[in-house]
Design a protein around this ligand. Structure first.
Ligand code: EPZ
Length: 416
């Protein structure tokens, strides 16, 4: 297992270029299933999860390649609409093939994604939506089997604004007969990006980015050529890196308008966050002030930045409350941060962080993608040396993280 050796205490300075969004690339690759032929996606990060999605399509009979951030997906040979357990258990986002397969092939067999470190992650809203659109859904041997001669438009309401639920059903509705309404839909920028990808394929979609999305199904869609939106969570992670190390980083390719909640909260801690023509410039300013956050669906403070922000609050001048409302178990980074001297207690979804003047380097273990980012940030600011174990979690969502950090002056090295 690979690990990261980090010597902390160096203010990070310079320019970093943000890669394309993982959470926009994954649904876009699945969307290629909706059309026969070759789709092209640019700005795709070379991440484990992206390669897993490509492998998933390949074992269905499609062709997938990723070279220099350019993905080509040719679904002409797709004939086996099955997403097997072996692949789905390594990446829950595999569930995103369910809607497209049901819509285009009238049948899909997708392993029920298990839970993961951060929560049970049910997909009931995905299945409810497909059922309302006329699909016959059966659960058999840990697999979801969906059958539908042709999906038909329906009015759907999500109890929670599910991101991949909205994406799955938007894709299914694009080829359904009639109009589908998604109410209380997720509003993330990745939803807007997927809508633009589908529109490039000929889909008729209105309202993406808002809570009510209307999709008028068409009979056929054509392959797309699209550029994935930059990864706002990676951008937020580097913004926190500047704040936590007292550095000064120009985050190129970031879309400031996708980072309002994070920018506002970082400014409250005392960091300087400025929009520039190239992206976002973030400067740390000594010991951060303590600030409370509550994670919410977009445009609220993103749950995917909660762990990173907590690392910053560990060294704040005061106490902060961190309320995680989206996932039921997203504090796995807490015990690891405490190994570095952080003072954190949590009850249910609320963590109280008592700021300490400094963290101390230690051996810590990553448990999930954003927790690993949190530990890297803490190690960059801590006194002395840290080793972050199990960084395969980090590689799921960050392209060449340590190379980008070293280019900013960090003393970080990947060791086998
Ligand atoms: C997406 O996951 C992201 N993944 C997650 O990013 C992100 O944390 C999450 O949205 C929230 O923003 C991708 O886009 C690939 P949800 P998703 O459905 O779609 C409950 C990362 O770090 N729910 O919006 O699975 C669910 O349990 C990953 O990159 C149901 O109850 O999240 C959760 O409490 C981690 N039933 C809440 O809704 C359902 O059918 C939000 O989940 C679906 C969801």
């Amino acid at each position: 297992m690979e690990k990261l050796l980090i010597k902390g205490g160096v203010p990070l300075k310079g320019t970093v270029t943000i890669s394309g969004s993982k959470n926009a690339s994954l649904p876009a690759i699945a969307a290629a299933i909706l059309a026969g032929g070759k789709s092209v996606l640019r700005g795709v990060p070379a991440l484990r999860d992206v390669l897993t999605m490509g492998t998933l399509l390949e074992q269905m009979g499609a062709r997938f390649s990723l070279e220099d951030s350019l993905a080509e997906i040719d679904t002409a040979g797709l004939k086996n609409p099955v997403a097997p357990y072996e692949l789905v258990k390594t990446m829950r986002a595999s569930v995103l093939v369910l809607g497209p397969l049901a819509a285009r092939y009238g049948r899909a067999k997708v392993s029920l994604p298990g839970g993961c470190a951060i929560g049970a992650r049910p997909i009931n809203f995905h299945l409810m939506g497909l059922e309302k659109m006329g699909a016959k859904i059966e659960l058999e041997g840990g697999y979801v089997i969906a059958k539908a001669r042709r999906l038909k438009g329906a009015s759907l309401y999500f109890d929670l604004p599910t991101v991949t639920g909205t994406e799955n059903l938007m894709m299914a509705a694009a080829l359904a007969k009639g109009v589908t309404i998604l109410e209380n839909a997720a509003r993330e920028p990745e939803i807007v990006d997927l809508a633009e990808t589908l529109q490039a394929m000929g889909a008729k979609i209105e309202g993406a980015g808002g809570s009510l999305i209307e999709i008028e199904g068409v009979d056929e869609l054509k392959p797309y050529s699209h550029q994935a939106v930059p990864d706002r969570i990676e951008a937020a992670t580097f913004a926190v890196a500047a704040a936590i190390t007292g550095g000064d980083i120009l985050i190129k390719n970031a879309r400031p308008e996708h980072l309002d909640a994070v920018s506002i909260k970082l400014r409250e801690t005392g960091a300087e966050v400025k929009k520039t023509p190239a992206g976002l410039r973030v400067k740390g300013d000594g010991r951060p002030r303590s600030v409370n956050i509550t994670t919410m669906p977009y445009p609220g403070f993103p749950t995917d930045v909660q762990a990173q922000f907590m690392a910053l609050m560990c060294m704040a001048d005061g106490n902060s409350m961190i309320n995680e409302t989206v996932f039921e178990n997203r504090f796995m980074h807490v015990p690891e941060l405490k190994r570095m001297g952080a003072d954190i207690e949590f009850q249910g979804g609320v963590a109280t962080v008592k700021g300490v003047p400094a963290l101390k380097g230690a051996q810590v273990m990553a448990t999930d993608l954003r927790a690993s980012a949190s530990l890297v940030l803490a190690a960059l600011a801590a006194e002395g040396e840290s080793v972050v174990h199990r960084i395969y979690h980090l590689d799921r969502g960050y392209e060449q993280m340590e190379k980008k950090l070293v280019a900013l002056g960090a003393q970080a090295e990947r060791i086998k």
